[in-house]
Design a protein around this ligand. Structure first.
Ligand code: NAD
Length: 438
């Protein structure tokens, strides 16, 4: 099949590459010339495990192509996927300008039947808006479908190649026929392609992300209560998670959720509800809890040290989660800004996100190191913000000998309490008893 993907960011590049991997020819479009120059030269623009290998292979096989011309995309493909940004506006609503403008432009170039499939996360009713825009410009037949993307950064290739489900919102038999063929290679193990009406499909994506955010905020509140009344959230999590009605995933408390999806999607669903006269009470609380949670670890540090003006803190982890260089809405940013405003000096390490920080926050007076242990030298404490694998079983003896004080604030509950006790660390985590040197 000939496919076009409009927007070559985290979703678009993974989508385009993975569609090419099963034999389709894919033309990826973007407006960012710097990005396009790199992609055309075979240089990958995002960090995503497993992507580089299939990206290079499909470029070599000429199944993965890049261009800045939307007209070329419309001429080239019958199926046009939109993977465009839908960032939050001031009022929390999703900014639809990219999706609607591209739809208008596509309509102007259409000469034969096209399916416009929206992968961006968009508020309910967007497919209807796109349909109206295109209808007002052309008489050429077309369908607009919704195909929300559920990939997770950090495991995006695996998620795309082996999705637990694919959701498509459409009432068109022709679209169903095309989607059946296109997605068949990814669903061979029997996972479903679920068809539904477009409105339900658009809402499914928000419902999923909002529910996951709710799970996180619930556990963060449970952890707060543990700290007050005495309890260990790790044990409670295990006790809860073994109940199959609850499940054991997404029950980890931490420094709050971040990233380019949960915060904006929770906000957008609250906004959509308000627009239609409904108060989504649970989600308002989910958001409030998350805001509080991001500052929680800073409060712990201040409580321990008092004045932070002469303190240097080693920070492990900048990305909003492991295995990505994405720092959009990363809790690290809130934590760093609060610590800096209190006068602390920050020395940070992240396996891949340092470049993103340097690019987007060049003004922040952060010192970066090339490895996790160098950040500890002359630091008064270690603060763990992202649960990268390499932070999970660290050299405890080296941590102790490198730090000025054997003090750790673990925002992800990843360190081993038995070993920490053995080495005589002071260790505060989230929702668990503090370990104090004997
Ligand atoms: P992104 O910012 O990484 O990528 C968007 C790309 O679109 C950028 O490269 C940008 O230059 C390009 N673009 C902007 N205007 C354009 C135009 N007029 N024509 C062509 N290209 C244009 O965003 P993303 O993270 O890939 O997210 C895209 C959508 O997918 C969003 O709605 C997001 O909510 C949703 N989504 C994201 C994820 C994720 O994990 N990142 C997961 C599921 C869904």
């Amino acid at each position: 099949m000939k496919i076009a993907v409009i927007g070559t960011g985290y979703v678009g590049l993974v989508t385009g590459t993975c569609f090419a991997e099963t034999g389709n020819t894919v033309l990826c479009i973007d407006v960012d010339q710097e990005k396009l120059n790199k992609l055309k030269a075979g240089i990958i623009t995002i960090y995503e495990p497993g992507l580089e290998l299939i990206f290079s292979r499909n470029i070599k096989e000429k199944r993965l192509l890049f261009s800045d011309s939307l007209k070329e995309a419309v001429d080239f493909a019958e199926i046009i996927f939109l993977a465009l940004p839908t960032p939050p506006m001031e009022d929390g609503s999703a900014d639809l300008q990219y999706v609607l403008n591209v739809a208008k432009e596509i309509a102007g170039y259409m000469k034969s039947y096209k399916v416009i499939v929206n992968k961006s996360t968009v508020p309910v009713g967007t497919a209807d808006k796109v349909t109206e825009i295109i209808k007002s410009i052309t008489n050429v037949p077309f369908d607009v479908a919704s195909n929300p993307e559920f990939l997770r950064e950090g495991s995006a290739v695996e998620d795309f190649m082996k999705p637990e489900r694919v959701v498509v919102g459409t009432s068109s038999e022709k679209v169903k026929e095309l989607m059946d063929i296109l997605y068949a290679p990814y669903l061979r193990s029997g996972n479903p392609l679920i068809y539904m009406d477009v409105r339900s499909s658009e809402l499914t994506k928000y419902a999923s992300n909002a529910f996951l955010a709710t799970k996180i905020s619930f556990m963060n509140e449970m952890a707060q209560l543990c700290e007050i009344v005495g309890g260990n959230i790790d044990l409670i999590r295990k006790g809860m998670g073994t109940d199959s009605r609850i499940g054991n995933r997404f029950l980890f408390p931490g420094v709050g959720y971040g990233g380019s999806c949960f915060p904006k999607d929770v906000k957008a669903l609250i906004h959509t509800s308000h627009e239609h006269g409904y108060n989504f009470k649970i989600l308002e609380a989910v958001e409030k809890v998350n805001t509080i949670q991001k500052s929680h670890i800073v409060k712990k540090i201040v409580k321990y040290f008092g004045d932070l003006k002469q303190k240097q803190l080693a920070l492990w982890g900048l990305a909003f989660k492991p295995n990505t260089d994405d720092i959009r809405e990363a809790p690290s940013l809130v934590i760093i800004n609060e610590l800096l405003s209190l006068g602390a000096k920050i020395v940070a390490f992240d396996p891949v996100a340092i470049e993103s920080y340097k690019k987007y926050y060049p003004h922040l007076p952060i010192q970066y190191t090339d490895n996790q242990y160098d950040a500890l030298i002359n630091s008064d404490a270690l603060v763990i913000v992202t649960e990268w694998n390499e932070f999970r079983t660290p050299d405890y003896s080296l941590i102790k000998s490198s730090l000025k004080n054997p003090v750790i604030f673990d925002g992800r509950n990843i360190l081993d309490t038995h070993i920490l006790k053995k080495y005589g660390f002071y260790y505060e985590s989230i929702g668990k008893p503090t370990i104090k040197p004997q």
